[in-house]
Design a protein around this ligand. Structure first.
Ligand SMILES: [Zn+2]
Length: 268
């Protein structure tokens, strides 16, 4: 995404967000360091509406008061984590709802970052997002495609506001997971590569927790992502270092050991 694109008002922010390439994502990181499933948002046994409510937000850019869909944590049921900690819930995926979007000015972020803007970031959003934004109504229950669109808007906002690598990598990881839900390997791998690069950068340059991830968990995620994008040796090195660390919780320790066993088998 060049500056020329940012200033071209005929291109909508939706198009721009949808056309991000791996090169754009790589370029956006600050200091580079040397299943086949149906849409899981729609399940019938438990009422999906029961799991959702509208939470009020005030936009830090334009002052708009608005509602955003939110998860009632007590209503969703955790089933399991995949190897890279992608969580599976019933009857609805909470991650699909973790982006807050102001439908007046277009400012969009993951919920934990929505209020955290510097004044220079505010003006970057006003200048580069709002002129290209047009309001859009979403249905009360989000499909995986809606989640992808909203996260891409959060990603392009994070790039425009010159957000930290950790935040962008976190959004890229979620996008990779959503493409996995769609069985779209090409896009999954593109976003995994971006997440891998961004998390490596964040690991060196940012303070923990990074988007809620502690150091050991982030290292594990870097190894798990690496194992899916062909960096088996790097991943094994990280896992060997991790497994001897003290204070690991049992669940993470089991994941480390499972992944290490799988990767060793692949190598032999
Ligand atoms: Zn706004």
């Amino acid at each position: 995404m060049s500056d020329k694109n940012i200033n071209n008002k005929s291109v909508s922010i939706y198009d721009e967000a949808n056309n991000l390439t791996l090169e754009d994502l790589y370029a956006s990181f600050e200091r580079p360091v040397s299943g086949n499933k149906s849409d899981p948002s729609i399940k019938k046994e438990i009422s999906i509406e029961e799991c959702l409510y509208d939470k009020m937000y005030i936009c830090p850019i334009c002052g708009n008061n608005f509602k955003s869909r939110n998860i009632r944590k007590g209503k969703v049921r955790f089933i399991d984590n995949e190897l890279d900690l992608k969580p599976i819930y019933e009857p609805i995926q909470p991650d699909y709802y973790d982006v807050v979007l102001c439908n007046k000015c277009g400012y969009t972020a993951i919920s934990s970052k929505f209020d955290k803007l510097t004044s220079s970031q505010e003006s970057l959003i006003e200048k580069n997002i709002t002129p290209k934004f047009f309001p859009k109504e979403y249905p009360p229950v989000y499909t995986v495609d809606i989640a992808i669109e909203r996260y891409k808007l959060a990603l392009i906002n994070a790039i425009v506001k010159k957000g930290r690598s950790g935040e962008k990598a976190y959004i890229c990881l979620k996008l990779a997971w959503f493409y996995r839900d769609k069985n779209d390997l090409e896009n999954e791998v593109m976003y995994l590569k971006a997440a891998h690069k961004g998390f490596n950068d964040a690991f060196v340059n940012e303070r923990f927790p990074i988007c809620g991830l502690e150091e050991n968990t982030l290292l594990y995620i870097i190894a798990a992502i690496g194992s899916r994008i062909g960096k088996i040796d790097d991943s094994l090195r990280i896992l060997s270092r991790l497994i001897v660390k003290r204070g690991l919780n049992t669940r993470l320790k089991n994941k480390i050991s499972d992944l290490r066993d799988i990767l060793k088998k692949i190598k032999n």
